[in-house]
Design a protein around this ligand. Structure first.
Ligand code: NAP
Length: 352
């Protein structure tokens, strides 16, 4: 198992012990490095009539997964009192192994190994993703309601499928939901080398929309710029470059005086204030993350004189507010983008 914090990674959930359920669990919120443990549980019974057994193959660690474990995220997994610690097996941290636990992880690709008697839509061998949040992805297998799953097409790789439910739809729907973007329009985003940011770059490029992409400076900044340009970024700037007053004129030259219609923010803090200053009249600022953990402060004049509109976006809410047909429609759209090589899984993802 490869379970690394800091950089996004995928870990393989295949078990060496037949039928034993192995999972990354916690029973109280806190620093993941302190509260998480790997534990072996007694094998689960056969799936119920409306359930399928899913062998989980790969699962990413998204920033929100860490927030869930910390207890600072509005969604949480259910407490699992049905998991019985395997007799004699020790957990990687030796504390109260008898308590009910939460299973970590929100997103995964799995394969159906067994289906309940009433299940029509899945059979053994089907590859599936979760169609519901917080089901507990960091386990070797789970018995899940068939209604909580969605099929993955055969030509979509495991790595792409394991990371297709959260980040690419967030990018696609933010680009679509707040303003109408035409080919040749401009948007600006921070955290541009995040998984969502890379999906924004790729989907915007596929739509013919220009992107100004903001990243933190680093020793190998040129390599990062080359990588983001290769994905389709129109321009890449560091936050320091953006803060330089002369940059406003430079950006006007790039856009040929065209207003920037949309700003996407996953960072917050003063760099977001600076970025918002680049938006044109009637523009929209959409916040979907807060990686710097700093609040956003915006001059009132942006609202009065530029008619700025600010929004929040949460993909989980979108899924909750939409029908199964709508959700399957988005998965199909993302699989099409992957198939056409218009979206690839983020370069931050490391394969196991
Ligand atoms: N609202 C939603 O529905 C939704 C959906 C998906 C993701 N998200 C959120 O979007 C954000 C990105 O998620 P992801 O999975 O794409 O992340 P990711 O691939 O792990 O990338 C994290 C990004 O955050 C940047 N970053 C970290 N700390 C920073 C700081 N103090 N100042 C500036 N930048 C910082 C990193 O930049 P460096 O490379 O410079 O370290 C990197 O670009 C997270 O906050 C996540 O929770 C929200």
């Amino acid at each position: 198992m490869n379970f690394r914090f800091g950089q996004k990674s995928l870990f393989s959930t295949s078990s060496r012990q037949n039928n034993a359920l192995r999972a990354l669990v916690y029973h109280k919120n806190g620093n993941p490095a302190e509260v998480m443990r790997a534990q072996t549980f007694e094998p689960l019974g056969k799936p119920g009539p409306s359930q399928v057994r899913v062998k989980l193959l790969l699962s990413p660690i998204n920033p929100a997964d860490i927030n869930v474990i910390e207890g600072v995220y509005p969604d949480a997994p259910i407490l699992r009192s049905d998991l019985v610690p395997k007799a004699g097996a020790s957990s990687s941290l030796g504390y109260d192994r008898e308590k009910p636990v939460f299973v970590g992880g929100n997103e995964a690709i799995g394969v159906v190994t067994d289906a309940g008697t009433a299940v029509q839509e899945f059979k053994a061998g089907d590859r599936v993703i979760f169609d519901k949040s917080q089901l507990g992805a960091w386990a070797t297998y789970q018995n899940l309601e068939a209604a909580q799953l969605a099929k993955v097409d055969e030509d979509i790789s495991d790595v792409a499928a394991a990371t297709m439910r959260i980040n690419p739809p967030t990018a696609l729907l933010m680009l679509r939901s707040f303003t109408t973007l035409q080919p040749g329009d401009w948007i600006i985003q921070n955290g541009a080398n995040s998984a969502v940011g890379q999906a924004v770059i790729q989907i915007a490029a596929a739509l013919g929309v220009n992107t100004i992409n903001l990243v933190r400076n680093r020793p190998d900044i040129n390599n990062l710029m080359i990588r983001l340009h290769a994905l389709g970024a129109t321009r890449v700037l560091t936050y320091n470059e953006l803060a330089d007053k002369a940059m406003k004129q430079e950006v006007k030259k790039w856009t040929n005086g065209k207003s920037i219609k949309l700003g996407l923010n996953c960072v917050g803090g003063k760099d977001t204030t600076t970025m918002t200053g680049y938006l044109g009249k009637d523009a929209h600022l959409v916040s979907y993350g807060a990686m710097s953990k700093s609040p956003i402060s915006l001059p009132t004049s942006y609202f009065i004189f530029k008619n700025l509109t600010c929004h929040g976006y949460w993909q989980s809410k979108w899924y909750n507010d939409h029908s199964k047909a709508d959700r399957l429609g988005v998965y199909a759209e993302i699989m099409d983008l992957i198939r056409q090589k218009k979206v690839s899984y983020a370069a931050r993802v490391t394969e196991p």
